[in-house]
Write a protein that binds this ligand. Structure first.
Ligand code: PDD
Length: 277
């Protein structure tokens, strides 16, 4: 399939320079966008977050988000992608390896490609298990940077335990998961970590909060909660692009609620699906 390289659609090829700062330092940012029935979902929100990430690491995007969005839509079209994701990253460019930024004439490098991916409807309906892992990441988890080694290590631990995710905690406080946000339900109300520097403010997360406020009349508390609150919640679910919403039925050895997908989780999932079905 085709890829996007600095605004140009070309054959997917080995184009990464060994002195690309994304490759050497993880010095760059990225976005993953879901494509449903040939249409990217919530693209504007993803572009806005990309802009914010760029600003926070002092990276100048090589094109306006309007142009980037147009190019990504073109890529989806030429690849005839129906179900899957768009991956896009912007690195601080190619320059002789020095930790400090290259001079201002060095342009950022944008690459994007698409991948076909089936929807995880079965897991969404049936739920899955998760494990706990200590959150050892830096203190700017709000930036969607290419530096994902702590996330990779946590997810691998989940994989080795046949779990769908590693739910991260800093001491007693639950933050998010290795590649998704975490929600708990207690007495009919939702709790999720506030969108500060300790978590990535997920696009799916924001949509879920909107759905609860505007459509379902469910109270959402963006506040910190503990590992103990998590393990004794009525319902737990995770959220991320394309994975959407997955009920968590067991964490380590602890069964959550009745060990079945909860009613509130199912309602939210149903409303979320109506965004693309
Ligand atoms: N991950 N938290 C982390 C650490 C994430 O990596 C992600 C997404 C999310 C959910 O964000 P969103 O709803 O905007 O996808 C939360 C993407 C999918 C990834 O790295 O593959």
């Amino acid at each position: 399939s085709k890829m996007l390289y600095n605004g140009q659609i070309m054959e997917r090829d080995n184009v990464i320079d060994i002195e690309d700062r994304g490759y050497q330092f993880g010095d760059g940012i990225y976005e993953v966008m879901g494509v449903y029935n040939g249409k990217p979902l919530m693209m504007d929100e993803h572009m806005e977050r990309l802009e914010r990430s760029a600003r926070e690491i002092r990276l100048t995007l090589p094109a306006s988000t309007k142009v980037l969005k147009n190019n990504l839509e073109k890529l989806v079209e030429v690849n005839e992608l129906k179900e899957g994701i768009i991956y896009m990253q912007v690195s601080r460019g190619i320059a002789s390896r020095e930790h400090g930024f290259p001079d201002s004439k060095t342009p950022a490098i944008t690459v994007a490609y698409t991948r076909e991916e089936e929807r995880e409807s079965d897991v969404e309906d049936q739920g899955a298990t998760a494990i706990l892992a200590e959150d050892i990441r830096w203190l700017r988890c709000d930036i969607k940077t290419l530096n994902l080694l702590p996330n990779v290590m946590a997810k691998q631990k989940a994989v080795e335990n046949n779990a769908v995710e590693a739910i991260l905690h800093r001491g007693d406080t639950v933050t998010e998961a290795s590649a998704s946000n975490v929600f708990i339900v207690k007495d009919g109300e939702l709790y999720t970590h506030p969108a500060d520097n300790y978590i990535l403010n997920g696009i799916t997360r924001r949509k879920i909060i909107q759905i609860c406020n505007n459509e379902l009349n469910i109270n959402v508390h963006e506040q910190m909660y503990t590992v103990d609150d998590l393990l004794h919640a009525d319902e737990v679910f995770i959220s991320a692009t394309k994975l959407d919403i997955i009920p968590i039925l067991k964490i380590d050895d602890q069964t959550i609620g009745r060990g079945k997908p909860g009613e509130i989780t199912k309602q939210i999932l149903q409303h979320f699906r109506s965004l693309y079905e």
